[in-house]
Design a protein around this ligand. Sequence first.
Ligand SMILES: Nc1ncnc2c1ncn2[C@@H]1O[C@H](COP(=O)(O)OP(=O)(O)OP(=O)(O)O)[C@@H](O)[C@H]1O
Length: 353
Amino acid sequence: MNAADETEDLGSLVQPVADADERAAESALRPTSLAEFEGQPRVSDQLGLVLEAARHRGTVADHVLLSGPPGLGKTTLAMIIAGEMGAPLRISSGPAITHAGDLAAILSGLTEGEVFFLDEIHRMSRPAEEMLYLAMEDFRVDVVVGKGPGATAIPLEIPRFTLVGATTRAGLLPGPLRDRFGFTAQLDFYDTAALEHIVHRSAELIEARLDAAGAAEIARRSRGTPRIANRLLRRVRDYAQVRADGRITPALARAALELYEVDELGLDRLDRAVLRAMCTRFGGGPVGLSTLAISVGEERETVEEVAEPFLVRQGFLMRTPRGRVATPAAWRHLGLAVPGGASGPDTAPDLFG
Ligand SMILES: Nc1ncnc2c1ncn2[C@@H]1O[C@H](COP(=O)(O)OP(=O)(O)OP(=O)(O)O)[C@@H](O)[C@H]1O
């Protein structure tokens, strides 16, 4: 077990966001070419064409905007773009660029053709954003010298580069910024078959022994997210090494994930506590968010931002103007009788195939 594994927060095994330690552990598992980047065939095909065309013409590739929830492969794709273009990669993020000067320093230090990955691009400061418009379009920045009425803008040529912007909230990007990207890709949640392949590939890389059915058990619980699949795989491997002979069979994967309190649809303890509170204490709702949060002993924000998105996506919870409501699928998932015997599917639909 390496240091990154030891520091991983077991309480958030199925949350999509990663901390710095986990990102370090992830780097060994990243696919390095588009051919290896599975599960988003439309994005791979379209992006492949954009890059090949640029290589053909001997120019830098168009700017690329990647949007989608955390853990679906935006950083990985930025690295792949640089690799496929044989270009160096520079990485920064919106919150790290507080002044336009920070951005000017980065842009003027790029080499010709370099790929500049700007994560969380929607969180950049306004002046930096405006500087980026000009840089993306004309490969030029205006450096302002002096203050007040005597201030002058000195144009500075910068090397031609490819900007790869990543955002979890494409809707928050101003139109003029969005329009300056030549190619935009929306990453979707992965289906279970793609996640199985990813788990297999990762297992080979970390030398975990895994059969097909074991991979399926992990993939099913991974909430459509490769990062979660890789994380569950690492935890199941720990279990296999400590409690068994190292081989990951379906029964072993199930036992390990039960220990970590991740159920067969990928819900964790908090998710189930929220659903249970709604069904058993509030008759299925509607119940206000604050009341719900207090009843599970969590902050309002934690319930809203950590638990709810997946529960809504999975069809267990509805947000209504009068409060949160548990669906019949939620009652059934908890093994409870649906009040009034409401009809509906026995379980929530598997949104990931
Ligand atoms: N298509 C894929 N095939 C195999 N592994 C993948 C794929 N997409 C992502 N991964 C793996 O999932 C993990 C998370 O991916 P990545 O860091 O690229 O996500 P992200 O979208 O940039 O997340 P964030 O928004 O939190 O930065 C990495 O370990 C990566 O190897």
